[in-house]
Ligand binder design. Structure first.
Ligand code: ADP
Ligand code: MG
Length: 393
């Protein structure tokens, strides 16, 4: 895939509107991992050097098309200003009088950040008028939001129909690093999938059944499969309405010779906290108020053994509620083991990256660490992605 690159754009004296992926993990308004902000710096610095006016856009979290005070981009603007050593002007909207005013007084090399794009329901609807309005602020569009290319939203896809569109440096880096995986991959090919976004990740499994030799499941995602196998999941995070889908996927996998592995044991607790009582039990023992919050030690070791013999590994999604110490072990042990394996390792996802940071894992020990989670998985499925299609040369 060939992209139109930022280096091919004439930026001098122009206004660039840039879609970033600043959907960083937050804890009470504090940025837990700023990888995505740091990774956006080369593009911003280049735009400054080229003498462009810079308007940044991003979504954060899932605010459902309305204002959510906890999901304003102010902490991100603040962190970006620290990292880039320049003021970042932040407005509280994406459109309207205040935005118009801020843009009209913006100087060359200055940075303006719009509010969370998902405060507008038009964003996810890919509303044409909204996209056109955003486009009207600038002379060209740049996308560096690799983490959102699987979504056709107004700020990721719609806007590109009204402006010349180019890929930023991060976008280019991601596509270049991941593209070799679209050809023949070294076998055994293992997908390690965890985390909590069951609705978005479960679909991905369908394609990987045909590609991967094994799919290892952990995190909240695995609970739905454990439930679909007929086990009691107690009070665990589990999407019971996805049970049939999970059953279908397991049947399809069997027919295609791909093994879907679910944890045989779990670390359970009745409540979530840093000092709660836990037990590492067999899946058959889960009941009542118990929540499965990490894969057990036995499963962790089994997964590590499989990963050690793999040729290619894709990992997205923590194996448990790694934010709390009693439930970090599975994610931690596996992350550490992945630094030592002989196969190629591709890792992505906001929380997965946060976990690597929490456990002080040297990211240079992996083949590629992607800023995208769902986007990485869908890119590697070989799908045509709307946010990338608009950047094609
Ligand atoms: P990523 O951002 O890496 O794609 P997700 O957003 O899908 O990952 O999921 C990460 C979240 O899943 C974390 O907040 C983690 O605490 C949560 N999680 C993982 N396992 C469980 C579990 N068993 N029960 C509840 N939450 C879980
Ligand atoms: Mg996440």
């Amino acid at each position: 895939m060939k992209l139109k690159k930022i280096t091919q754009a004439n930026l001098q004296g122009k206004t660039a509107i840039v879609r970033m992926d600043y959907n960083v993990p937050l804890d009470n308004g504090i940025i837990k991992d700023d990888t995505r902000i740091k990774e956006s710096l080369p593009t911003i610095k280049y735009l400054i050097e080229q003498g462009a006016k810079i308007i940044l856009m991003s979504h954060l979290g899932r605010p459902k098309g309305e204002i959510d005070e906890k999901l304003r981009l102010d902490p991100i603007a603040k962190r970006l200003a620290e990292l880039i050593g320049k003021p970042v002007i932040k407005v509280d909207k994406c459109v309207g009088k205040d935005v118009d005013k801020a843009i009209s007084s913006l100087g060359f090399g200055n940075i303006l950040m719009l509010e969370n794009t998902r405060f507008h329901k038009e964003e996810k609807e890919n509303n044409k008028e909204f996209a056109k309005k955003l486009a009207s602020y600038a002379d060209l569009y740049i996308s560096d939001a690799f983490g959102t290319v699987h979504r056709a939203h107004a700020s990721t896809e719609g806007i590109a129909h009204y402006l010349p569109a180019y890929a930023g440096f991060l976008m280019d880096k991601e596509v270049t690093a991941l593209s070799p995986l679209l050809g023949e991959v070294e076998k055994p090919f293992i997908l390690l999938l965890g985390g909590a976004k069951i609705d978005t990740k479960i679909g991905v499994i369908k394609t990987y059944i045909k590609k991967a030799d094994k799919i290892l499941l952990g995190g909240g995602l695995a609970n739905t499969f454990v439930y679909a196998k007929g086990f009691n999941v107690g009070a665990s995070l589990c999407e019971k309405d996805k049970m049939e889908l999970a059953q279908e996927l397991m049947m399809e996998a069997e027919e295609s010779g791909c093994e879907i592995v679910t944890p045989g044991g779990a670390v359970v607790a009745d409540e979530i906290g840093d000092n709660v009582i836990t037990a590492d039990i067999e899946i058959t023992g889960v009941e009542g108020n118990m929540q499965m919050l990490d894969i057990g030690v036995k499963s962790t070791n089994k997964y590590i053994e499989i990963l050690q013999n793999a040729g290619t590994i894709i990992w997205n999604g923590p194996m448990g509620l790694y934010e709390k110490t009693p439930f970090e072990n599975g994610t931690k042990q596996i992350a550490q083991a992945l630094t030592q394996v002989k196969g190629k390792t591709y890792i992505g996802g906001g929380d997965t990256l946060d976990a690597l940071k929490k456990f002080n894992i040297d990211k240079s020990l992996f083949t590629h660490v992607s800023t995208g989670g769902g986007a990485m998985l869908e890119f590697l499925e070989g799908k045509e992605l709307p946010g990338l299609k608009v950047l094609e040369a």
